[in-house]
Ligand binder design. Structure first.
Ligand code: ADP
Ligand code: MG
Length: 233
């Protein structure tokens, strides 16, 4: 895993990432420059403005996805109930899911223990995963979002009925810029892996082509004092 990477490997990774970002941002920048030159030549077609705005949006999206990884200086882990985080995220994403005929069914066990987390980062993880699930179901369907508790940890499952992922592609997931979408950035899952890792958790992906994909996030729970009702003599 990442933790076993040597420092030199990590530096190499940073170099690759920087090259990737530079490449991804250069394309829309070149396009914007071209159209600005057309504007200067007074060829101001309405559709050119639309293209420039779309390209600027793309740069913004790429930068925003990376910014999530740059922890704000005041980043603190707080004790949170995963139930309320999920409630907020589902409310936020419901407008998008309703438009595409996707129903999100939430099923959370009673008495789920608290977790220690950076709330906004973890919400970003849930949003990225739900967005992928919605995008994998262009004709609509159901996403099941389940939370189960085990000793010392909770598991959050996102189960979709989408296109699925070919087995040989699963190892590529989480690599920066790996995308199969025309307008994808290929940064969503990488961000998810990084954030879950910084929470000492695990992200597992299983998928079956034309059946659907399940993403499981395992997170450690906050140590509760052991409440034992039995009285020992
Ligand atoms: P993006 O969504 O911008 O393509 P991501 O990192 O979020 O980037 O996802 C990378 C790729 O993983 C996607 O392009 C898609 O091929 C695949 N993928 C991720 N989640 C799912 C899913 N729920 N169902 C099918 N494919 C998925
Ligand atoms: Mg995505």
């Amino acid at each position: 895993t990442d933790r076993l990477l040597q420092k030199s490997d990590k530096l190499a990774l940073v170099g690759q990432m920087a090259a990737g970002i530079a490449h991804e941002i250069r394309n829309p920048l070149t396009s914007i420059k071209g159209f600005i030159q057309l504007f200067r030549a007074n060829i101001k077609k309405e559709e050119y403005f639309t293209i420039v705005l779309t390209e600027l949006d793309r740069i913004n999206l790429i930068v925003e996805e990376f910014l999530v990884l740059a922890k704000p200086s005041a980043s603190v882990f707080k004790e949170k109930d995963v139930r309320s985080l999920i409630h907020d995220v589902v409310t936020l994403i419901n407008t998008q899911s309703i438009m595409t005929n996707v129903q999100i069914i939430v099923d959370i066990e009673r008495d789920v223990p608290m977790i220690s987390c950076e709330e906004n980062q973890l919400k970003q993880v849930f949003i990225n995963i739900l967005k992928n699930a919605i995008e994998a179901m262009p004709n609509g369907g159901v996403i099941e979002l389940k939370v189960k508790a085990e000793t010392g940890k909770i598991s959050i499952f996102f189960i979709d009925q989408g296109s699925g992922i070919p087995k040989e592609r699963i190892p590529s997931l989480g690599e920066p810029f790996y995308t199969t979408k025309e307008k994808g950035t290929g940064l969503g899952l990488m961000t998810c892996f990084k954030i879950v890792e910084s929470h000492n958790g695990e992200l597992k992906i299983s998928s079956e082509l034309n059946v659907g994909t399940t993403i499981e996030i395992v997170l450690p729970t906050i140590n509760q004092p052991y409440l034992n009702n039995k009285v020992h003599a």
